[in-house]
Design a protein around this ligand. Structure first.
Ligand code: ACO
Length: 322
């Protein structure tokens, strides 16, 4: 069997950090409320003119360096993003040009916060079937560009950033399985109701900002994540005790803790970055992964469960031997 193994990871956060105290000066909120309800203390904000592909490019360079792979060796670049630079070309094409990897396939995947898991799954399939040997997978977002800064129920939650992983074909080990799901019937609970064909602006009652019924999303997310982590373990005949690390989507510390409890995992085995990054959507899982790899917590040979839930709704997991 051919596996897709993570050969290297990288990530990038914009320089500017916005603290809860900064936000409390502009909307009616408090550091205490945000920390208690979400676990977030700060988030990073892209500079004026800094785009998703700028963040993605930085993360990609670091992942390629860590993997010891040159950009022109890549067969494919996949970017999970909901905030592409342009309608087209895709962010993946923009990154490809910057990397000098002309000739490789390049595509974006839009699955909101599950974007990296969806992109990882596509890459895994291409490698496993033998059509690609080296694939760059990126999750990158400038979500703060679609935030209504007067809406305290959403503006405190999100941040910008990018994370990347280089996958290579390996005969020994790597991604064991990925599991993807969606439920498009719940779109009004978490969406940005504006776009090319539906129209921008007042026509659709929105200026293109994120709308979320947080409470409903919370309940749905916990349930969906419970089932997807069980599914991943069952599919591989593994038990909760086999897991070394949970690398969850970083939306809310309470959701992360609920999943850890479900898996009987101590929070020492859970990678948490939501406190410093906020919810960076498709970037959150690869940012967390890279943080844990670079700090030496995640080690080669360990069993990792990655999971995410987001707009769509979409959700998914990946079980892998790092
Ligand atoms: N500061 C102070 N008070 C606030 C704030 C704020 N920033 N935001 C809301 N409140 C108030 C509300 O108005 C409400 O007041 P009321 O009781 O007088 O009406 C009260 O706090 C409680 O609000 P809830 O929405 O019930 O708070 P909850 O505990 O559910 O936390 C949160 C809200 C953090 C949004 C939570 O529901 C959550 O994390 N939901 C899931 C988000 C998620 O996972 N999204 C998926 C990924 S995102 C993507 O795909 C793009």
């Amino acid at each position: 069997r051919i596996y897709a193994r993570i050969a290297g990871t990288g990530s990038y956060l914009p320089e500017k950090a916005l603290t809860n105290e900064d936000l409390a000066k502009t909307v009616e909120t408090s550091d205490e409320w945000i920390r208690e309800r979400t676990g977030i203390t700060q988030r990073h904000i892209a500079a004026d003119g800094q785009t998703t592909s700028d963040l993605a490019h930085e993360a990609a360079l670091r992942a390629l360096e860590a993997a010891g792979i040159a950009a022109d060796e890549l067969d494919m670049i996949i970017v999970g993003t909901t905030t592409p630079d342009l309608i087209f070309p895709s962010t993946a094409c923009l990154v490809q040009a910057r990397l000098g990897a002309a000739g490789s396939a390049a595509l974006d995947v839009n699955a909101a916060c599950s974007g990296f898991l969806y992109a990882l799954s596509v890459a895994d399939k291409f490698i496993r079937c033998g059509d690609a040997k080296k694939v760059l997978v990126i999750g990158a977002e400038t979500l703060t560009r679609i935030i209504d800064w007067t809406d305290r129920t959403t503006c405190v939650l999100f941040g910008d950033g990018a994370g990347a992983a280089v996958l290579v074909a390996d005969s020994d080990t790597g991604i064991l399985s990925t599991h993807l799901h969606a439920d498009g019937s719940k779109k009004e609970l978490l969406w940005t109701p504006a776009g090319v064909s539906a129209g921008f602006g007042d026509g659709v009652g929105s200026s293109g900002t994120i709308k979320m019924k947080g409470n409903d999303v919370f309940k749905y997310a916990v349930k969906a994540l419970d089932s997807v982590v069980d599914e991943a373990l069952e599919a591989n005949g593994l038990s909760k005790a086999d897991l070394d690390w949970l690398v969850p989507h970083q939306a809310n510390l309470r959701i992360i803790e609920a999943t850890a409890r479900r898996l009987d995992m101590s929070m020492d085995q859970v990678v948490v970055t939501v406190d410093m990054h906020g919810n960076t959507s498709a970037a959150s899982v690869p940012l967390a992964l890279d943080a844990a790899v670079r700090s030496g917590r995640i080690q080669r040979g360990q069993l990792l469960l990655l999971e995410a839930f987001g707009g769509g709704f979409t959700w998914g997991s990946a079980l892998l031997r790092y």
